[in-house]
Design a protein. Structure first.
Ligand SMILES: [Zn+2]
Length: 253
């Protein structure tokens, strides 16, 4: 399979970085979009893709840089000359909230018909910590702490991808969770890790200066993404694989 980063930035990154969304291409050529932020219309096009090229989409959590392009994606596939529904994978509570709190306002009333999420997507909700299989690739959801306050938690759900001969972990948005990452590094060949590089630490993302404290053996498996440009860091000197650049592809056996 191939993992392509169509963007590597965050909500606050430079316009040309695009948001951190990825396209997984299975050996047979089918494509799964991991998160669909408000930049996706542009980032997909810059990578030579359009909604018609996609087979499925996974949603990690409900921030705009991960779901802001879903209304466009839903309408593009629904009103296509060849209408079809992409498969939508997400943790089950995230999927319910995605419709009720984010998409319903723009997608509920279309012409004379009252629409639901399943009118646009083939829903495939997954239990927290559960698995799904797409194109012979097994995906395991891992709850990642992102934002919590007295009103509740806004977790993200990272993904462990198990292909033929490789295990890849994508954190999606997460705070710094060193014990979890050290444990994950024992079984994963590569880790793509959320990495904040801004001078102001939001504490809802792992910051580079926190990630730098991980053991060398763990850092040697980590590629950093979801960063802000103009930072002073040198990942190779600190033992990381590096910062993923926009458009970078990873071939996985
Ligand atoms: Zn987020």
């Amino acid at each position: 399979m191939k993992i392509k980063f169509i963007g590597v930035g965050s909500q606050f990154s430079g316009l040309d970085q695009y948001q951190s969304n990825m396209v997984i291409t299975a050996p047979g050529g089918r494509k799964l979009l991991i998160d669909c932020g408000s930049d996706a219309r542009f980032s997909l096009a810059e990578s030579g893709m359009c909604p018609a090229d996609l087979d499925a989409v996974y949603v990690s959590h409900l921030h705009g840089d991960h779901i802001g392009g879903l209304e466009w994606l839903a309408l593009s596939t629904y009103f296509s000359p060849h209408p079809r529904r992409l498969t939508l994978f997400s943790e089950e509570r995230t999927m319910a909230s995605l419709w009720e709190h984010s998409l319903r306002g723009g997608l509920h009333c279309i012409r004379a018909k009252e629409m639901e999420l399943e009118d646009y997507f083939l829903r495939h909700p997954v239990a927290a910590g559960g698995t799904f299989t797409w194109q012979e690739i097994r995906f395991t959801l891992c709850r990642m702490p992102h934002i919590a306050n007295s009103a509740g938690c806004h977790d993200s759900h990272g993904l462990l991808l198990e292909a033929k001969d490789a295990r890849i972990f994508i954190t999606t948005d997460t705070q710094f969770v060193p014990e979890f990452i050290e444990k994950t590094a024992e079984c994963a060949d590569l880790i793509f890790h959320d990495c904040e590089t801004s001078p102001v630490k939001t504490m809802v993302h792992a910051h580079y200066e926190q990630l730098r404290t991980l053991p060398a053996a763990v850092k040697s498996k980590i590629w950093l993404y979801h960063y802000q440009e103009g930072h002073p860091y040198h990942p190779a000197e600190d033992g990381f694989r590096g910062f993923v650049v926009k458009g970078q592809e990873f071939l996985v056996p």
